[in-house]
Design a protein around this ligand. Structure first.
Ligand SMILES: Cc1ncc(COP(=O)(O)O)c(C=O)c1O
Length: 360
């Protein structure tokens, strides 16, 4: 068996210990004589899986009791619609557009009400986070929306926007569980899990209870109404049992590593290795304004398309894979989520150094 260092933006690397445990339990989960994939979602064994997963993410993120944790299907993109459907009482919302994902969320919200862009960093190819200290947020806006870590462009909100008293909705797909957050600062936090937490197809939404309401418009599909899911403990229909189980294993792994404080320390350490190299290289350059740099997604370029392609190809041959930048941006991107060990980042930097020397 030969494992590579996988810098994919998502689906992304998972902790090896977790994959091994899942493999060991594949044929016989906890003495049940069957795989978790073959088991009723109403069984005692699965009930324990989902309850334990919920408790563990509550512990990790210190989620207050007045927030619900929902394990939902349809990925993060499904929440682009669910958010306005469930929250637009006044049919008004304010969006801060810092990349493709926020742009898509805004376009989706416009189908359901008056969603307005109150800030954007499109003028500089989303390479920075705009000043959000005094935005023109409509008074009657139902919420302010951000994508907290921009997977494609490699920026991250280091400070949450001043919402002027409105509730904050945050897509944390690519920074989920990468550092501690204060859940009370948000009305809704949600993330597709396929980057930092588990297999694709599952989205975890953490929603303040008073925002889960019955009086949503009639057109809202039963499945997309948060109340349906909250009332049924995320088991209104058959959930993505496998993904919930895998997330549960990752939560246990995170706890065993020392929780989110420790993840933050490791993620800062890993990112510094890469950014320090980029800041000193003559060939490779980071593309993001330094103060807005993500700890998770690190885009970089050389000044030649040819060199980029050569680098990606030689890196792949050296077991450093999925380094191609997003198709809309080009260049390279290294995603260094929780499961990427420091050695992987060090190996990448060593390789970049030798590539630079060989191609001067
Ligand atoms: C920040 C962010 N939001 C949303 C999505 C979409 O997630 P999904 O594919 O689960 O719908 C992605 C990436 O896939 C993302 O990086």
């Amino acid at each position: 068996m030969s494992r590579v260092y996988n810098f994919s933006a998502g689906p992304a690397a998972l902790p090896e210990e977790v994959l091994k445990q899942a493999a060991a339990e594949m044929l016989d989960y906890n003495g049940s004589g069957m795989s978790i994939n073959e088991m009723s979602h109403r069984s005692k064994a699965f009930d324990q899986v989902i309850q334990t997963a919920e408790q563990d993410i509550r512990d990790l993120m210190n989620i207050p009791d007045n927030y619900k944790v929902l394990f939902l299907q349809g990925g993060a993109s499904q929440q682009f619609a669910a958010v306005p459907m469930n929250l637009m009482q006044n049919k008004k919302a304010a969006y801060i557009v810092t990349g493709q994902w926020a742009k898509k969320a805004l376009a989706e919200a416009k189908k359901y009400g008056d969603a307005v862009e109150v800030a954007s960093s499109a003028d500089k190819t989303f390479s920075y986070i705009p000043d959000c200290s005094d935005l023109a947020i409509p008074e009657d806006a139902d919420y302010v929306y951000i994508c907290e870590n921009n997977t494609i462009y490699g920026t991250k909100f280091k400070k949450l926007p001043n919402t002027k008293g409105h509730i904050l909705v945050s897509d944390v797909s690519s920074c989920f569980l990468s550092e501690p957050v204060n859940v009370n600062d948000y009305g809704v936090i949600y993330g597709g899990v396929q980057k930092n937490v588990g297999p694709a197809g599952l989205v975890i939404s953490i929603i303040r209870e008073d925002l889960i309401r019955d009086d949503v418009p009639d057109y809202v599909p039963t499945m997309l109404k948060w109340k349906t899911q909250a009332d049924n403990g995320s088991l209104y229909n058959t959930p993505n049992c496998w993904a919930i189980y895998m997330c549960g294993l990752v939560f246990k792994w995170l706890k065993a590593q020392g929780g989110l404080e420790e993840m933050k320390r490791r993620n800062e350490e890993k990112a510094a290795i890469l950014y320090d190299f980029l800041d000193n290289s003559k060939m490779f350059k980071g593309t993001v304004r330094p103060e807005d740099r993500s700890l998770m997604n690190v885009p970089f370029i050389t000044d030649s398309e040819e060199l980029n392609a050569k680098f990606i190809s030689e890196a792949t041959a050296n077991g450093l894979v999925s380094l191609k930048g997003h198709r809309t941006v080009g260049g390279m991107r290294a995603s260094i989520y929780n499961a990427m060990p420091k050695e992987g980042v060090q190996k990448l930097v060593d390789f970049m150094e030798s590539f630079e020397k060989a191609n001067q």
